[in-house]
Design a protein around this ligand. Structure first.
Ligand code: TRP
Length: 326
C-alpha cells in the first residue's frame, strides 16, 4: 500500500479555511493509502517563542481530537506526535550535517521569521526547521507528501538532502515527489475579506468547533460589499464571494445555482442560510468531538506512535550503517 505523510503544527483549532484546504482530501486519501498524519510538536517549539508547555500539550490533544471528530479514522491513519518518534531527531542531525547554512538562510519562511523575531534573536531551531521537516519525510520513505503551497520550498530542501545523502552514502532514500497543491480558492477572513482567514484574527476566523452562538454571531457580523445582489464576483464583491465559496463547499451547489437561489433576496438571507448549512454540515463532527476525551486520544496517539517508531527504525538502522555510526 502506498504511503502518504503529512505534518501539521499544533497551533490551535481548525477553521473552515483549514478544513476545506485539507480535510476532504485527507478523508479520500485514507481510503486508498497508508497515511501518516504527524502532529509536528517539535516544529512548534520554534514559534511562538517562548511558548507555554501546557499550551503545546493542549494544542496537540485538541488537534488530534478535531481530526478524528472530522472523520480521520485512527484505524486507517497513523495519527501521532512527532516527539513520540525520536528517530526523527537522529536523522535530523545527520541531515543537518549535509545541509548548507547558505541554503537554509535563503529559505523564505526563515527570512520572514527572522524579521518577526528581530527584536529578540533568531534561534538555530528556526534555521534548522526545514532540516527537521526533511527528516520527518525521509524517515518514512513516503510516496506522496500533501502540503500547502507555502511549504513547497521545504519539500524541495528534503529532495536536495535526500539526493545529497544518496550521493555520498549510497542509494538510501526515495526522493520525495514534488506535490502540486490544488489551488482551490483560499478562504478569506470574515472581517477582512481581502486577507486570508487566520486563527490569529479571531473575529474573522470561522472555527469548526466553536459554540453555536459564536458561529451565528461571526457570520452575522461578517463584512459585506456595497450593493445588495448576491453574485459571485471575487473582484467586485470579495466579501460576498467569500461567503459563497464556503456555502458552495458545504452544499455542493454551483455558483450559478447559488445566485439563482438568492435572486431578489438580501445578504442577510445568504448569511442565515450559511449559518444553517454550516451547523448542519458539522453537526456530527461537533458531537463526536464532545465524546472524545484526553484518555481516548492518548491511546490513539500512543498506538500510532508505536507503529511509526517501528517504520522509522528501519530507515534509521540503514542510515546508521551507511554513515558509519553504531
Ligand atoms: N512545516 C509544516 C507546516 O508548517 C508542518 C510539517 C512538519 C510537515 N513536518 C512535516 C508537513 C512533514 C509535511 C511533512 O505546515
Amino acid at each position: 500500500m502506498k504511503k502518504i505523510l503529512t505534518g501539521v503544527r499544533p497551533t490551535g483549532s481548525l477553521h473552515i479555511g483549514h478544513y476545506l484546504a485539507f480535510i476532504p482530501e485527507l478523508l479520500e486519501l485514507q481510503k486508498k493509502y497508508k497515511v501518516f498524519l504527524m502532529i509536528a510538536d517539535l516544529h512548534s517549539q520554534t514559534y511562538p517563542f517562548p511558548y507555554q508547555p501546557r499550551n503545546l500539550e493542549e494544542n496537540v490533544y485538541n488537534l488530534a481530537a478535531e481530526f478524528i471528530a472530522l472523520g480521520v479514522d485512527p484505524k486507517k491513519v497513523l495519527i501521532f506526535r512527532q516527539s513520540a518518534v525520536p528517530a526523527h531527531l537522529s536523522l535530523y542531525w545527520i541531515l543537518g550535517c549535509l545541509a548548507s547554512v547558505g541554503d537554509l538562510e535563503r529559505m523564505t519562511q526563515y527570512k520572514e521569521m527572522r524579521e518577526r523575531f528581530k527584536d529578540r534573536f533568531t534561534s538555530a531551531g528556526l534555521l534548522m526547521y526545514p532540516v527537521l521537516m526533511a527528516a520527518d519525510i525521509l524517515i518514512y520513505q513516503p510516496d506522496l507528501i500533501p502540503i500547502g503551497k507555502d511549504q513547497s520550498q521545504h519539500l524541495e530542501m528534503a529532495r536536495t538532502l535526500a539526493q545529497r545523502f544518496n550521493h555520498y552514502f549510497g542509494q538510501t532514500f526515495r526522493i520525495p515527489n514534488t506535490y502540486a497543491p490544488k489551488e482551490n480558492g483560499q478562504i478569506k477572513s470574515l472581517d477582512e475579506p481581502l486577507k486570508k482567514m487566520a486563527k490569529s484574527k479571531l473575529a474573522g476566523a470561522l472555527f469548526i468547533f466553536e459554540s453555536e452562538k459564536k458561529i451565528e454571531e461571526k457570520i452575522k457580523r461578517a463584512v459585506t460589499d456595497s450593493g445588495s445582489e448576491i453574485l459571485y464576483e471575487p473582484d467586485k464583491k470579495p466579501a460576498i464571494s467569500n461567503l459563497m465559496i464556503i456555502y458552495k463547499a458545504l452544499t455542493q451547489k454551483t455558483f450559478a445555482e447559488i445566485e439563482d437561489e438568492f435572486r431578489n433576496r438580501g445578504y442577510g438571507d445568504l448569511k442565515k442560510a450559511l449559518t444553517r448549512e454550516f451547523l448542519g454540515f458539522f453537526k456530527k463532527a461537533r458531537q463526536r468531538k464532545e465524546s472524545l476525551n484526553k484518555v481516548k486520544i492518548n491511546k490513539i496517539l500512543k498506538a500510532s506512535a508505536k507503529i511509526a517508531n517501528k517504520e522509522a527504525a528501519k530507515t534509521l538502522k540503514l542510515v546508521f550503517e551507511r554513515t558509519g555510526l553504531s
